[in-house]
Design a protein around this ligand. Sequence first.
Ligand code: PLP
Length: 406
Amino acid sequence: MDIQKIRSEFPILERRLYNRPLIYLDNTATSQTPDSVVKAIVDSYTTTKANVHRGVHTLSQEATELQENARRRVKEWINAASTSEVIFTRGTTEALNLVASSFGGMMLGEGDELILTVMEHHANIVPWQLLRDRIGFTIRVVPVTEDGQLDMDVYRGLFNDRTRLVSVCHASNVLGTVNPVKEMIAYAHSHDVPVVVDGAQAAPHLHIDVRDLDADFYAFSAHKMYGPTGVGVLYGKEKWLEKMPPYQGGGEMIESVSFEKTTFAELPYKFEAGTPDFIGISALSKAIDFMDALGVENIAAHEHELLEYTTRRMTEEIPGMRIFGNAPGKCAIISFLVGNIHHYDMGMLLDKLGIAVRTGHHCAQPLMHALGVEGVVRASFAAYNTLEECEAFIAALKRVTAILEG
Ligand code: PLP
């Protein structure tokens, strides 16, 4: 990959902070957006803004066409069987709330069991707890091993005749671990248990094939994969979506409404109440074009090179370095602490050197608890990061460590 050419598509990377070049290593939280995606948004606002699915007029038809083209693009990209299975949401969080509320509400009863893992983001914990508090089922949790992999023996051992559902992240936003979701799904299916996959951290780095995985649901966010904010996708198998009640009510999701009875629109519109972010949705297809043009495998290979190089140098050259998550084949995410230095102090000083990293609990407090820490510093890489940036990051880490330990 020609990294300099890629970088030229991201004007934000030319910014300087505190008189230094910006080094953006907070890609797990959100990645930056290339010109092609921004241009698609500007083009829509300047040439085709009209509400979708409502008008017979030309602009409305063009806007609808752009949105539905994006749906077809997503369908191909994740290898869904049909566009009926591609629901646009505001992001992974809304997608998981939709599944928990609608599918969970249908599948889980009092005394039943749901399996989650300790490495879940709060977005894949709290919606289930809200439902649990209404219904009264039990949440079982798969722990992680020393190097940050799911304990698969425990996972298999958790299944019993009350197990109704599994929800698991494809990749951890803290440990970087890529979970064996295909194997987990096959095992769950052998017990007739459907599986929800939180793909927020996998979609930017892995080729997603929902049919090969045989996932029942798969959720991800556009903003983490070079796309716009405010847009996400929920893939769901048609056989489930057909049976599920709507999540939200309003315009667009109905077939007919009277005060006596309302009937609902066909899939996927049954789950898309209100005016969607049709401009963001159409721009998502440009983000997919961007990733496709580079090749997801090439992006991942480049990120791995940065990951391995940086991990090795950090471990060898910075005394007291603790890296959380060392699973083989992990995503390009390094969560770490140095000695007794507080993650927040580290992040603040790195920022003053122009380096954007994340600090805190990363919306994964149960995992922090299991790791015995309150928070960590996290550096994460994307297609546009360079080895020179990694060098600068390591040099900055040494400097900051010396200051904070001094
Ligand atoms: N799941 C995981 C694993 C994540 O990393 C995130 C965001 O960091 C989310 C879910 C929530 O994504 P969003 O805030 O885009 O809805």
